[in-house]
Design a protein around this ligand. Structure first.
Ligand SMILES: *[C@@H]1O[C@H](CO)[C@@H](O)[C@H](O)[C@H]1NC(C)=O
Ligand SMILES: *[C@@H]1O[C@H](CO)[C@@H](O)[C@H](O)[C@H]1NC(C)=O
Ligand SMILES: *[C@@H]1O[C@H](CO)[C@@H](O)[C@H](O)[C@H]1NC(C)=O
Ligand SMILES: *[C@@H]1O[C@H](CO)[C@@H](O)[C@H](O)[C@H]1NC(C)=O
Length: 147
């Protein structure tokens, strides 16, 4: 009897653990930037961010781009310092978060840990990818309500 009871509580514990991990993983979303277009020149990411919003704290953004070769252009991911440099595609004070090689395979993952504006941009060609290529978007993660 005691053996059966402990076996049952073990099973119950495993079940609860499984449920807990399901609910924590399903709470935070994993979003591919640009959806099937991935992170590429000429796709309107402002529009994408608008239609994909809202984003929540701890959601993961996935930037997917092939490493450069003779036929594909290099891309990267920078965080712009503020709204002004974001609008101007001014990379002077930007922070590199993923280099030209980091978007390959399953992509580069960025977790939106802070509830503050994030200004993402491609840093290649001295801002040309950001301005002409439309490779920029802003995200303000919200607090996720429970329940
Ligand atoms: C990109 O989309 C935004 C938001 O819909 C729009 O205001 C803007 O004009 C678009 N840019 C281009 C170059 O189409
Ligand atoms: C964002 O999308 C909404 C509709 O979903 C639209 O009304 C709004 O004008 C768009 N904002 C921008 C900046 O494009
Ligand atoms: C975000 O994730 C961190 C680390 O996993 C956790 O400590 C924090 O409570 C989470 N915040 C929210 C709002 O889910
Ligand atoms: C360059 O990379 C692209 C995407 O990964 C691939 O399809 C293409 O075959 C590559 N070209 C060369 C010359 O390696």
């Amino acid at each position: 009897m005691a053996v059966r009871l402990s076996a049952m509580s073990l099973m119950l514990g495993t079940l609860l653990l499984a449920l807990a991990s399901i609910s924590t993983t399903s709470l935070a979303a994993r979003v591919i930037v640009g959806d099937s277009a991935h992170w590429t020149f000429g796709y309107n990411y402002t529009e994408w961010a608008n239609k994909s919003s809202p984003f929540y704290q701890n959601d993961t953004l996935v930037f997917m781009y092939d490493p450069p070769n003779s036929t594909t252009f290099p891309h990267s991911v920078y965080l712009m310092k503020n709204l002004r440099s974001f609008i101007a595609c001014d990379l002077r004070k930007a922070k590199l978060v993923a280099n030209v090689l980091q978007g390959g395979g399953d992509g580069f993952e960025f977790v939106l840990k802070k509830r503050k504006p994030h200004y993402f941009a491609c840093g290649e060609r001295n801002g040309i990818h950001c301005s002409v290529g439309l490779m920029k978007f802003a995200v303000l993660p919200l607090r996720r309500c429970h329940g």
